[in-house]
Structures are given as structure tokens and as C-alpha cells.
Ligand binder design. Structure first.
Ligand code: FAD
Length: 413
């Protein structure tokens, strides 16, 4: 058996690696087990709001990611049926450190976090699939690819289909949507057709989220299709759907694509004995509005802070139960309703409701604070960080800002 570590993390995704880095910076010894031979590079989360930038800055990796990705301040909403196109620009707000969003692939975030974590002694083992664990009074023994690993605590950051969560017998409460989303990465100059660097396209058939991914002109175009359609014909159908989004132009190049199912689900608890959950393993949402990773990384870094305090003897284990309660509250009260409302608006089929949505959008556009409102919403995912001495205690600046975000349901209104 390998030497024991304080924490064993399953999954070298963005949440696993940011959690590992945070724990290591707090003095914990950490090992990460990842089943794939390398960090997964399929089309997934790409937009980071100011609430995530706070984490990246505090962990010392923001500058590096700004070199890789790029910053965006404009958000477009399009309702083609009414020929309605609005643009909201984020603006500096006193007391808020960022007035932009970072666009970068989540594999870059995971990779940069891993490089920094390794420098602090974090061991990341690829090609190690976790298949079982046994807990005892002193710790937990985890089996992966024929080897045993010992740790005091186990964190499942192994995605929505989490093996750790299933092995722990934690139910994933909530529902899975009937639609399938298809995330495509494509080289195409969307800006020539009036798209902003990030866009909602509201349409009952051709809803889409379109955002620029890099400076080389690769964009993300995610759309919805009937999940009864066979996955096999997906690539062929992409060309049919592009015809609409790209208004008949054919000068595009598909880089990659990934069909996936959507959920609104959270673990019935995020702590069972020595097992803890973070990221999509803890709670999974549909990606409309980019709140999945946005909330998942906060669950990871709050967990790293409270677990670090338990390991140092500064807190009793009871704080881990409060972590579970608070992160579930943030998910069910903030994240899931907002993402659900964003999804509804994007694909609304009732003509009267669509007209009302447009009126709301017009009113928002006329509101001089719309840019600030758009940015401030994501701070709601921070929630209570549970300790006055927490590294994240002063992370949420929105409480000191003289703008009331009220009872906003989604990010747009
Ligand atoms: C196609 C797609 C598009 C998305 N787009 C967006 C978006 O635009 N905005 C947004 O906010 N969110 C988006 N999401 C959601 C976002 O990608 C997730 O919230 C994010 O990946 C969660 O990160 P994570 O680290 O928790 O889990 P993951 O990124 O899923 O990482 C889990 C890791 O665990 C590993 N693993 C799994 N099982 C085991 C095991 N038994 N042993 C060892 N390792 C294991 C996996 O290989 C993987 O590397 C999208 C998701 C998908 C699928």
C-alpha cells in the first residue's frame, strides 16, 4: 500500500484539481486518482464569472489563465422570431474586483491547477479507476486499478455519475430532463452575424447558447435536441442545425462535439462518514447560464477550507455536516432555480410567454444597472463559508455593493 495522505480526491477534473490545490496550500497532504490517462478535453464549461475569478486569483492561477483565455464584457440575447437582439455590457462596480468574464476551456483550468498543486507535493495518478473503498475508525482504504490507497478523508470529485457517491450509497435526488443538449466546438466567425462573445438564442426549436472560446476563432454552440433521436446520427444533424444558426453559411469547421443529458440533482447529503462530495458529484445542473462549474468550484474550495481546519484541529468534524447543508441549500435555492429559469426562457414554446419575456428583456436593457446585475448574480453561489477565519470569509463583495439584485430568478431577469 502507498503511504497514507490526509485526503484522497477521486477525479482530476476542474473541481478535483482546484480542491486539491486549495487543500495543499492549507498544508494538507493530498493524492488525486483519475481513471483517464490524461485530463479530459471534451467540450464542456468555458465561461468563468467574477465569483470564480476570485478563487483563481486567491489560488494564484488567474494571470496564467488570462494568458491562455480571453476576457469578455458583452452578453447578447436574441429572439429571432421578433428580430429582437439586445446587448448587456458588464461595467465596473465600486467594490467589485472584476468587470469581466474569463473564457477558457475547463481542461486548461484543471491543468494549470494541477501544475501548481504538484509543486506543493500533490500526487496526481492517471489511469487509476476507483472501484471500491472500506472505512474504519482511523481512515479509509480506497481500491483503484488493483492498488490500495489509504487516507484520512475521501473526496468524490468524480463527476455527475460519481462512483464514490454510488459506493457510499448516497442518493442523487432530483430529476433528469427529457431533452438532450449537444455541445459543439466550431471554427466560425459568429461575430459577423451579429453575435456577441456570449449569447442566449431564445427559440422553442433552435434554442442555443453561443460563446467564443479562444482567440483563434473557436466558438461553442450548444443546442437542444429530442433525446429520442439516436445519438449515432448526431454529427449529421449538427450540419442541419448549423444551417439555421449560421444563416446558410457553410464556411465552418467542426472541431469537436459532445451530446449529453441534463440534470437538476444533488446528493441527499454531501458527507457520509469519511466520504465527502464536491463538484458535479455533489450537485449537477443544466448548463444554461453556466452555473454548473460556477457553483461546483465553490463547493470544492469551501470544503477544502473546512476540511483543512478539521485536519489542523481547529474545527470539529461537525462543520462537515454544516458544509453539506449549506452547499445543498445554495444548490436548491439559488443555482437550480436560476438554471431552470434560464432554460425555460431559452426554449419557451408559449407565444404569449415569449412576448412577456421580451418585454422583461427590454426593461432590463433600459436599466442602467443591467451590466452590474448580470455580474452580481453569480456571487450568490458563494453562500455561507462557515468559518470567521475562513480563507474565503471576505470573498463575497456583493454584500457591500449598493445595488440590490432583488429576487432575480435567472441571471438575465
Ligand atoms: C458537454 C458538456 C458541456 C458543459 N457545458 C458547461 C458550461 O458551458 N458551463 C458550465 O458551468 N458547466 C458546463 N458543463 C458542466 C461542467 O462541465 C461541470 O459542471 C464540470 O465538469 C464539473 O467538474 P467536476 O470536476 O466536478 O467533474 P468532471 O469535470 O466531470 O470531472 C470528473 C473527473 O472524475 C473522473 N472519474 C470519474 N469516475 C472516476 C473513477 N471511478 N475513478 C477515478 N476517476 C474518475 C473523470 O474521468 C473526470 O476526469 C458541461 C458539461 C458537459 C458534459
Amino acid at each position: 500500500m502507498m503511504h497514507e495522505t490526509d485526503v484522497l480526491i477521486v477525479g482530476a477534473g476542474p473541481v478535483g484539481m482546484l480542491t486539491a490545490l486549495t487543500l495543499a496550500q492549507g498544508g494538507a497532504s493530498v493524492r488525486v486518482l483519475e481513471k483517464e490517462p490524461h485530463i479530459i478535453n471534451s467540450p464542456r464549461a468555458a465561461v468563468y464569472f467574477p465569483s470564480t475569478l476570485i478563487i483563481l486569483q486567491e489560488l494564484g492561477i488567474l494571470d496564467e489563465l488570462l494568458e491562455i483565455g480571453f476576457t469578455n464584457r458583452t452578453f447578447g440575447t436574441h429572439i429571432p422570431e421578433f428580430d429582437y437582439h439586445s446587448v448587456v455590457e458588464t461595467e465596473p462596480v465600486e467594490g467589485i474586483p472584476y468587470d469581466y468574464q474569463l473564457h477558457a476551456g475547463q481542461h486548461d483550468v484543471a491543468r494549470v491547477a494541477m501544475e501548481h498543486a504538484r509543486k506543493l507535493g500533490v500526487e496526481v495518478l492517471f489511469g487509476h479507476e476507483v472501484t471500491g473503498f472500506a472505512e474504519d475508525e482511523g481512515g479509509i482504504t480506497v481500491s483503484a486499478s488493483g492498488q490500495d490507497f489509504r487516507a484520512k478523508w475521501l473526496i468524490g470529485a468524480d463527476g455527475a455519475r460519481s462512483t464514490v457517491r454510488k459506493l457510499a450509497g448516497i442518493e442523487f435526488e432530483g430529476h433528469t430532463w427529457p431533452e438532450r443538449f449537444v455541445a459543439t466546438n466550431v471554427k466560425f466567425p459568429f461575430q459577423e452575424l451579429g453575435y456577441q462573445q456570449a449569447n442566449f438564442v431564445c427559440d422553442p426549436v433552435n434554442m442555443a447558447v453561443i460563446a467564443q472560446l479562444d482567440r483563434e476563432g473557436v466558438w461553442r454552440c450548444t443546442y437542444m435536441e429530442d433525446s429520442a433521436l439516436p445519438v449515432e446520427g448526431c454529427e449529421e444533424r449538427i450540419h442541419q442545425r448549423y444551417e439555421w444558426f449560421m444563416q446558410g453559411r457553410e464556411d465552418y469547421e467542426i472541431v469537436s462535439f459532445s451530446p449529453y443529458m441534463l440534470h437538476q440533482r444533488a446528493g441527499e447529503t454531501l458527507r457520509k462518514g469519511r466520504v465527502l462530495l464536491a463538484g458535479d458529484a455533489a450537485h449537477a445542473t443544466n448548463p444554461c447560464g453556466g452555473l454548473g462549474l460556477t457553483s461546483g468550484v465553490w463547493t470544492g474550495v469551501v470544503l477544502a477550507d473546512v476540511l483543512g481546519a478539521v485536519l489542523r484541529g481547529e474545527e470539529s468534524e461537525e462543520i462537515l455536516d454544516r458544509f453539506s447543508d449549506e452547499r445543498r441549500r445554495v444548490f436548491w435555492d439559488v443555482v437550480s432555480p436560476a438554471a431552470t429559469e434560464n432554460k425555460r426562457m431559452l426554449q419557451e414554446s408559449d407565444p404569449e410567454q415569449r412576448r412577456q419575456d421580451m418585454q422583461h428583456l427590454r426593461a432590463l436593457n433600459d436599466n442602467p444597472e443591467s451590466g452590474a446585475l448580470l455580474m452580481l448574480f453569480a456571487y450568490k453561489v458563494i453562500g455561507d463559508v462557515l468559518r470567521p477565519d475562513s480563507r474565503w470569509a471576505d470573498a463575497d463583495p456583493s454584500a457591500h455593493v449598493a445595488i440590490d439584485i432583488g429576487n432575480r430568478q435567472g441571471q438575465i431577469y
